[in-house]
Design a protein. Sequence first.
Lengths: 335, 335, 335, 335
Amino acid sequence: MKAVVIGAAGYAGGELVRLLLGHPEVKEVIATSRSQAGKRLGDVHPQLAALTTASFESLTPVEAAAKADVIFLALEHGESGKVAGELLATGKLVIDIAADFRTSDKGLAERFYGPHPAPELLPQFTYALADVVGDALKGKKALAAPGCFATAAQLALWPLKDARVSPSLFAVTGSSGAGVGLKATTHHPARAHNLFAYSVLSHRHEAEILQRWREWTGNRTAEARLMVHAGPFVRGIYLTLHARGEGLSVDMYAKAYAGRPFIRVVDQPPELTHVVGTNYAHIYAQVAPLGREIQVSVAIDNLVKGAGGQAVQGMNLALGLPETAGLIGGGVWPI
Amino acid sequence: MKAVVIGAAGYAGGELVRLLLGHPEVKEVIATSRSQAGKRLGDVHPQLAALTTASFESLTPVEAAAKADVIFLALEHGESGKVAGELLATGKLVIDIAADFRTSDKGLAERFYGPHPAPELLPQFTYALADVVGDALKGKKALAAPGCFATAAQLALWPLKDARVSPSLFAVTGSSGAGVGLKATTHHPARAHNLFAYSVLSHRHEAEILQRWREWTGNRTAEARLMVHAGPFVRGIYLTLHARGEGLSVDMYAKAYAGRPFIRVVDQPPELTHVVGTNYAHIYAQVAPLGREIQVSVAIDNLVKGAGGQAVQGMNLALGLPETAGLIGGGVWPI
Amino acid sequence: MKAVVIGAAGYAGGELVRLLLGHPEVKEVIATSRSQAGKRLGDVHPQLAALTTASFESLTPVEAAAKADVIFLALEHGESGKVAGELLATGKLVIDIAADFRTSDKGLAERFYGPHPAPELLPQFTYALADVVGDALKGKKALAAPGCFATAAQLALWPLKDARVSPSLFAVTGSSGAGVGLKATTHHPARAHNLFAYSVLSHRHEAEILQRWREWTGNRTAEARLMVHAGPFVRGIYLTLHARGEGLSVDMYAKAYAGRPFIRVVDQPPELTHVVGTNYAHIYAQVAPLGREIQVSVAIDNLVKGAGGQAVQGMNLALGLPETAGLIGGGVWPI
Amino acid sequence: MKAVVIGAAGYAGGELVRLLLGHPEVKEVIATSRSQAGKRLGDVHPQLAALTTASFESLTPVEAAAKADVIFLALEHGESGKVAGELLATGKLVIDIAADFRTSDKGLAERFYGPHPAPELLPQFTYALADVVGDALKGKKALAAPGCFATAAQLALWPLKDARVSPSLFAVTGSSGAGVGLKATTHHPARAHNLFAYSVLSHRHEAEILQRWREWTGNRTAEARLMVHAGPFVRGIYLTLHARGEGLSVDMYAKAYAGRPFIRVVDQPPELTHVVGTNYAHIYAQVAPLGREIQVSVAIDNLVKGAGGQAVQGMNLALGLPETAGLIGGGVWPI
């Protein structure tokens, strides 16, 4: 099987290529990039230097798609939409890790991202929250991989779908989440040892979170507020959910994720460094006496579980491969 | 004026001594320590090397108190209670930065800290949340300085006292909050780049937070949940509050802290590094349309505003000195 | 093939187990530990949680050795020597990653480590600087894996063996090099953002470095000074060599390491994060005009190339397996 | 006394303003900036928010100079030279913290910085390595403050001026040394936890270091090689010198700096965090038996001792004020 990653020069693209290069069913990985065409992959993504001597290709998306069996889109938000139509027409599996097709609700999407480049394609994509959707992805031809914060948030929310709660979700991300582009908020002297909230009451991952939360709860006005923060580390997202309600229990989490290979419901608060480099989510839930209050913490690697790893897991599920193929291990500790 | 800091070998004690050495009304600072007696202060607390050539003294609390006009207790929790009685008997101002006298409610105190060494003294202490209590501290002889998380939490809660809300409070602390003693959670290989929740649904600062929150709201069952996390930095606490209610507004914060010299109600989310080394709290509030939801972030230095600085501010207020004496500036940035 | 790691509770032992679990020729890995016996490996070394459900066993070294084909010793310095005799008697491959058998010169060893527990065994061990010694390790039954600083230092020194120079070697290590035990120098509040020299003019890795340097140069008084520093990161060693001489050239490095699979002679200064998690050494050399001065930088992962990875590479070479088996890739970036 | 800082928007300019605002003899500080004109100083440099409500002014250098008694230039390299002539003509004290006037040797300067904008002014400036030059700065009207690496290097070199050695100098700087401008090397995901050499055998501070080293030794071909590295911290420079020679002794350092208020010759290796925020240099020297080899470590704050602090110390000396005015203390620890 051949895979192409279109727009592979970013951090998520690099990790996606790393995982595909180690995937037992993938024999070749083609990586395209306009900005890095001609450069060795290993010169842009150091973790690939030991794995491949290939270079970025300057193929157009359609040209690239013609050479592959599975097509990953790792473009900027808004760019996927421009090329998705042609790619879907090939009949091959298309997996977008950008935001363009994460909400089927055009209004919700446009509120956060502006005019959509291809609203008519929205219904064709399946939201691929792999650990929740699982085998139902089998046979799908168009997957929208969830955002990094949205993955952490929804993994915390899913077991509470019947609990009639309005959770508060606090999350802290590492600097890699802001991408390879230089920004004042990721300037080392300003980011090191720092912590700050941003996108207050307005983070754009709320679109995809709310759509799912309302579908799951069957309540069109259900609420769940995501409060994002930037932290002084590179890799990972740590999210803590808090909710008050009735009949809350720790078992909700054990049950919801029983048998799911990449979710570990752990018996003490997860640590961020334990999941770095891996496709695992570590989740811990604790309930106050009487079951009227719950605190849940989720740790994930934003570039693996929150991007490349979840996309590969989606590919595995869509193609009927073993769900864990190419995704076991990967952690290095201490780090 | 002479000040003594009893048990000054810890991080909070060191910062307290630093501030007192720079205080215009304090002519001498005596620091005692059993573990470090005889050592230069600057050899234990490097930031003091340029400020004093004094050494830790091995005086008993009573001996130390006899030499000073103001007595600061920077002992381990449980130790202050054992000596407070004798110190109060001197009639001098006593300021405890440990937890022993932070709640006047013995039951609440013992739930988190175990049997109290001197419950009969609890009513004599005033909880010195300086930025809220202000001039009402004038003339007090016994102050209990709030805990670091509790300070951040209460500064976020105070303006909401009439809002009939049950806030969720998410906080991240630096490793200095765990003290100078070696711990597995502050072992550098394990703490660097890491983030994790702890004391889930059971942090002991909840005692002092809840007592105040219930007094302020006049509601004996009012709730406010603190969720603490350990972050990969040394200094500071960042706290974000979330609440749903009615009639919430940003003005609540501007009004509550109008004229308070160490509270800056800022117009974008505060950054942790901006307050490191200082006695300032930076607070930002944002309200959702219709005023039904509020997100508030507070940044403080855990060892200054959350310990030594607030204690000095309390001293200033109790003695009728200018509130800001010895507490202006102190920040170094970038850091 | 079965492998046993005796004393696997430390950081180097954990990484060694990780690599062995991913080794294509190793079917089973037994890990022993007195302190952690009975605990899951993944509970002590989080990176192993996805790879094995095994627990630490409490076997004695001899019992453990009886169950395996290859025996790794990851004990404290001084402990390997006590058990090495019995293990060598089994005729199986024994690889010690502690310091006990790194110098064949008893005097040099005892100057830095004190009385040797088994000096009569010193001649039986081969110093397994894998990237230099290579195929000459084939068939050896007792390997002493080099120390972490020593590995970086010797990789910088080897190509200069005929250059008649007395290099200065400046190195910075991450905190994981100091081990899992709590120490004042690895207390997070004191280690974060810090940098400091230690073991000035007396680091114990000098014993093994000098022995090799003098053998290589054929000069019994040849000098090379290692100056070690502790840096504010967890993983890796960065070493810069400086020397003045005659006829120095960059080609010395390209030639010395031609064909060696884990040495990359790179064309700009290496970055530490590029080798974290891997068995690679990145080396860069630059020469001043006229060839009278050389600066060389080496970056390695202290726990992989400097411990577990090099030990596995030694095993591969000793047993005639492909040198790179189980050791390709492993990097995660950015981190 | 009024001071003006021309081009105060950078990190060094910010720290310079902070120190001037706390200086007992400075009644007003005017800060100019083209890029930040009109903005509050505290909005650009958070550490100033508590100290002043002033804004950056858009005055030309000549206009600014007319308003002040002392003129600090904190412009980009190459910019100071364009305006220095007019400023010197005012007869007021001019202190340049850029590189333009650090070498009196035009050839050496141009080798590293390109064509000089005002070579005819080079002889008018005095190189103000304050801790070495001391009172000899009294009455000078034009000071060139040394570079940050150069300061650390020269403080290590000065006591060795008669030792006939060719030292190797290894140094690591924090990211603030690269300035406020966004760079790939200070992008947080790439810089955090990283370490790398740069400007190999060609760092431009070598110009000023070599000029002084050759003057001090009286040897026009004396050598001293600076090897710079970028480290994963924000603040400070740590430098280690190594040299082989004869008759080397630790006393050289104690003697050379006896009575100098900002040099502490310490009895164990300095730690970087102990000097952050301060104008102190901590220096440790150790000599091998027989005095044939020396290792020296120096820790400084790159923005204080290596920029703003040394400039203020130079001002104090030039104007005959107490050398330590406005420069005592300033450290915050742990940090």
